[in-house]
Design a protein around this ligand. Structure first.
Ligand code: ADP
Ligand code: MG
Length: 461
């Protein structure tokens, strides 16, 4: 999968520094390599050449048989995006984006997946690295170890075949370091992604399939653990247990003693009918209970499907209102059409991003207060007046506020529900132009077909 052939790099200067000299190595798909050695021994330079970041002065780097330094810049960037994942010395997360945005970002940039799929994958990866409860946290709210987990998830989002990590735990305490390095190795094994890691940690070097030690740009020792032998041994063991040939089965046929057969015959005559009757009774009861439970579960599923698929809810528009207000319109549409849906008091709230947190801003419904239970048959508009007075908002898009609306609804097919009520929580994200923003200044930074819009919707995430 990875072949490095006589790779070398020298830096020209007052005196030429040979950072890496004549290094060769081979890795198969799914194997791991630990690179150890003192500071200045050339580890980072080697990794950067493998990763297509720093051009070698001699030698080749083949990834899946393709010499990556023979490719032009665009093709190499493409290969890097599609096949490689990087975890650097420091977590290097973008501080104004949430954990899940940071993970999804490489995917959104490369356009390999739709935004929806990218976010689904980002969630799954955060689950895999043990951060399922921290999707929405900003990097500043996470511990060093947690930030590193996010960085690992981000490195994996484009499903790389080769993961490169350069002292990924340099700034962490000992316990966290061990935890993160073990996570890295576990993930490499579970996902069969090839791993090259530069580390000082001897235990990790112990867990890797190959270890090379570098000194003065050269590899001074190589250790290869015969992991392929272990694998083939495992396959042999599995084959021994499960691969039963017919001849072998015939030989193994079990014979009961002769006298025993008559006794067994009588025993069977009495015991078998009793067991069968008891079993039938038992089965009938269990079946009844099971069908009750199944019916209940099916009703629940139908209900949830109705709440998720039968009702479409989204932001329709955001307009400038009087003074410093905005008029926010949300629509609810019954897509099943034939039967009405009831939505109990939807609670819509607005938040503006300030630094790394969300500041709730006043939001008031413009509908008549009496409508506590909404009957939705066709399309229903809900209007709100929002008045954000937030001087120091975060600008992910120049001049614009980053706004999140949450819409919490209880949905039922009946106006007076009992157990047929499902909760649904939606979020909509938009960029919102402040009332006092200067359109000319905005247009000098960003391109819009006409006037800069009041709001720019973002994909659901
Ligand atoms: P390691 O990661 O093992 O600490 P590096 O690969 O960073 O080692 O560095 C190897 C050698 O190359 C060092 O002597 C370093 O000073 C030198 N080196 C690294 N980068 C450069 C550069 N951009 N210009 C000149 N010398 C460099
Ligand atoms: Mg280094």
């Amino acid at each position: 999968m990875l072949s490095v052939l006589s790779l070398g790099k020298s830096y020209a200067g007052e005196s030429t520094v040979e950072a890496v000299k004549d290094v060769s190595l081979d890795l198969e798909q799914g194997q791991s390599l630990a690179i150890v050695g003192r500071s200045g021994s050339g580890k980072s330079t080697l990794l950067a050449m493998i990763g297509g970041i720093s051009r070698p002065t001699s030698g080749q780097v083949l990834i899946d048989e393709v010499d990556q330094w023979k490719l032009d810049d665009t093709a190499r960037a493409d290969l890097r995006n599609k096949k490689l994942g990087f975890v650097f010395q420091f977590a290097s997360l973008l501080p104004t984006l949430r954990a899940v945005d940071n993970v999804a970002l490489p995917c959104l940039i490369s356009g390999t997946l739709s935004a929806r799929e990218a976010y689904a994958r980002a969630h799954a990866l955060l689950d895999r690295v043990g951060l399922s409860h921290r999707y929405d946290a900003f990097p500043g709210q996470l511990s060093g170890g947690e930030q590193r987990r996010v960085a690992i998830a981000r490195a994996l989002v484009n499903s790389p075949k080769l993961l490169l990590a350069d002292e990924p735990t340099a700034d962490l305490d000992e316990a966290t370091e061990a935890e993160i390095l073990n996570l890295l190795i576990d993930i490499h094994k579970a996902l069969q992604v090839t791993l090259v890691v530069v580390t000082h940690n001897p235990e990790i070097a112990e867990r890797a399939d190959h270890v090379i030690e570098m000194r003065g740009g050269e590899t001074v020792s190589k250790t290869e653990r015969s992991s392929s032998e272990v694998v083939s041994q495992a396959i042999d063991i599995v084959r021994e247990i499960y691969d039963v040939s017919p001849e072998k089965a015939a030989v193994e046929k079990v014979r009961l003693g002769e006298g025993l057969e008559r006794f067994v015959g009588r025993f069977v005559m009495w015991v078998v009918p009793v067991v069968i009757i008891a079993w039938c009774l038992n089965w009938a009861v269990a079946d009844y209970e099971r069908s009750e439970i199944e019916a209940k579960a099916q009703r629940r599923m139908a209900l949830e499907e109705l709440a998720m698929q039968g009702l479409r809810a989204d932001l329709k528009s955001v307009e400038f209102g009087p003074g410093k207000t905005y008029i926010v319109t949300i629509y609810l549409r019954n897509t099943k059409g034939d039967e009405p849906l009831y939505v109990m008091s939807p609670l819509v709230r607005g938040f503006v991003q300030v630094g790394t947190s969300w500041l709730e801003v006043p939001m008031k419904s413009l509908e008549s207060a009496s409508a506590q239970v909404l009957k939705v048959s066709g399309t229903q508009m809900l209007r709100y007046e929002m008045e954000p007075d937030v001087p120091e908002f975060t600008q992910l898009l120049p001049y614009y506020m980053h706004v999140r609306f949450t819409n919490d609804m209880l949905i039922s097919p009946r106006s007076q529900p009992k157990d047929d009520l499902v909760e649904r929580n939606d979020s909509y994200y938009v960029y919102l132009k402040p009332h006092d923003a200067d359109d000319k200044a905005i247009l000098s930074k960003m391109k819009f077909p006409g006037k800069p819009p009041v709001w720019v919707p973002m994909p659901p995430h």
